[in-house]
Design a protein around this ligand. Structure first.
Ligand code: ZN
Length: 518
């Protein structure tokens, strides 16, 4: 192993002669570019998009992640073990949107590779990726990053990659890594745990205790976003299968990726990964067993949800607060954050005590101009594109203006702790209809988003959350009911509303006759 390559010859002798294996100094590089690419979105991920959300280098990585519950936090945590140093070189991510421009991909990945080269050699590399990144020219961007990292460190240095459960996993990713781990919860509240597991396996590999062998199985099936919550069937059973396989003697790790359906790429769909200790037959058996069982139950992964009109009517008729997931404007999936379909219906149906956010920097500026306490008439939302409704004309009172910065120490989707919605205005309409207008495209994954600007969602009858699963940790504790509304948009639950060119064929449920044998 490349363990001793950064020590001198004298030390090597000393190390092998008398120092116990665990005490050998181990130096791990931490890098990553995480992006969930919605190829149906119109908003590209430019270098500036990553810069705005933070291209973190060195100590900047620590400041944002060390106290969070993210993948990066789990990787950093392993640095607290005696003799282990984790060197955070560069980590960046930006909100889900269209593909990463070739400029951004070239510059960021280029810098990652340069840093690895400049500060190496390494005993191991920890790679914090998402798994559903698409870059211009690289439909499998995560596989490309992993391959470039592998090429720079060589075949003998263990490379561990931790991925989001929405990754569309490829053989290229698995071939380039020593171990890959994937979140096992959706909403994602185990990012740190899974990354720590990945780092532990890398440490044990470096120490010569294990020899990981990975096997990936990709049955031709897609699971609709509305069936991806791991707290309910059918996903609860799939996750139980993963736990079962991980418990098999000789197995080191097992994972399922739900896949990310809004990416028109060959590998889009579910994937099952098993990692054994030196036994390729066992790894294959584990991943095939999980895949075959999911395939058998595939009909359960197709589902139906309320129409937007039904959702609002239902939510108004039962004890609140009812949380309506705005599926078509799932910000965590690439939605523009300014869909107005539900607001328009709510105003038309005359509902009271209604709360939602809208990305609308222009409207925020108008609120700032008149100031708190003033009345204003303006058009809100629906400005990104025509697929998410039209701007809605409203009159209301500006209740608050904030900088949109807040912090949440509760479990949140992905483990994020620090948030920035940009300048934010709270607009109060007649009937207790509250609009929280933001200047950044920010999801509804933290209830602090509301508390930080003086809004009490507990007192509302209807709360719209732009997401499908990710807002659950924030809102399930206060909700009488969580329901899904099938709004139109770039993250619609109706997958037939998208034109796919590159996806596999035949793929269930697009082609119901698709077949699979493990
Ligand atoms: Zn995800």
């Amino acid at each position: 192993m490349a363990l001793a390559t950064h020590t001198n010859a004298t030390m090597e002798v000393c190390v092998t002669a008398s120092v116990p294996v665990e005490a050998r100094p181990i130096r791990l590089a931490l890098v990553g570019i995480a992006h969930e690419t919605n190829t149906f979105s119109d908003v590209p991920a430019r270098y500036e998009s990553f810069e705005a959300d933070g291209i973190l280098r060195g100590d900047e990585v620590l400041a944002i992640h060390a106290t969070a519950q993210t993948t990066v936090a789990g990787f950093l945590e392993v640095g607290s073990e005696p003799g282990v140093t984790v060197v955070p070189l560069l980590f960046t991510s930006t909100g889900p949107c269209a593909q990463i421009t070739s400029d951004a991909f070239g510059r960021i990945v280029g810098e990652i590779i340069d840093l690895l080269r400049k500060h190496g050699p390494w005993d191991g590399v920890l790679l914090a990726q998402h798994g559903a990144a698409v870059a211009e020219g690289f439909p499998d961007a995560d596989g490309e990053v992993a391959s470039r990292v592998r090429a720079v460190v060589g075949p003998d240095v263990p490379v561990g990659m931790a991925l989001d459960m929405h990754g569309n996993i490829t053989h290229k990713m698995i071939d380039a890594t020593t171990v890959t781990t994937i979140y096992r919860t959706n909403p994602h509240i185990d990012a740190r745990v899974r990354a720590r597991e990945c780092a532990n396996l890398i440490l044990r590999t470096i120490r010569g205790e294990i020899r990981p062998v990975q096997h990936l199985e990709t049955p031709p099936m897609v699971i609709n976003i509305i069936k991806q919550y791991t707290g309910e069937e059918p996903m609860a059973s799939v996750v139980a299968d993963v736990d079962t396989v991980e418990g098999w003697p000789g197995m080191l790790s097992a994972s399922v990726a739900e896949g990310y359906p809004y990416a028109d790429v060959e590998e889009m769909g579910m994937a099952f990964l098993a990692i054994s200790d030196g036994d390729s037959e066992l790894a294959a058996r584990g991943s095939k067993w999980m895949a075959a069982r999911a395939w058998e139950g595939r009909e359960a992964f197709v589902g139906d949800v309320y129409s937007p009109e039904e959702a609002i009517a239902h939510a108004a008729s039962v004890p609140g607060p009812v949380v309506i997931m705005d599926v078509g404007d799932n910000i965590g999936g690439g939605g523009p954050a300014d869909s107005t379909f539900l607001l328009e219906i709510a105003l038309k149906q005359g509902v009271k005590n209604y709360l939602q956010t809208l990305y609308d920097p222009e409207a925020v500026a108008a609120c700032i101009e008149v100031g708190p306490g003033a009345q204003v008439t303006l058009s809100v939302g629906g400005k990104t594109d025509h697929r998410h409704g039209k701007p809605v004309r409203v009159t209301g009172t500006v209740r608050a203006i904030t900088d949109g910065v807040f912090e949440d120490w509760r479990p949140t989707h992905g483990g994020q702790r620090f948030f920035d919605g940009g300048a934010t205005g709270v607009l109060e309409l007649a009937g207790g209809v509250t609009l929280v207008l933001t200047s950044n495209r920010i999801g509804n994954t933290s209830i602090e988003q509301m508390y930080s600007c003086g809004v009490r969602p507990e007192l509302k009858q209807i709360i719209v959350a732009k997401g499908v699963v990710s807002p659950r940790p924030a809102y399930q504790p206060i909700a009488s009911e969580v329901i899904l509304a099938n709004t139109a948009g770039v993250t619609s639950a109706d997958l037939n509303s998208f034109v796919f060119v590159h996806r596999r064929k035949k793929l269930f449920p697009f082609e119901r006759e698709a077949s699979y044998r493990a």
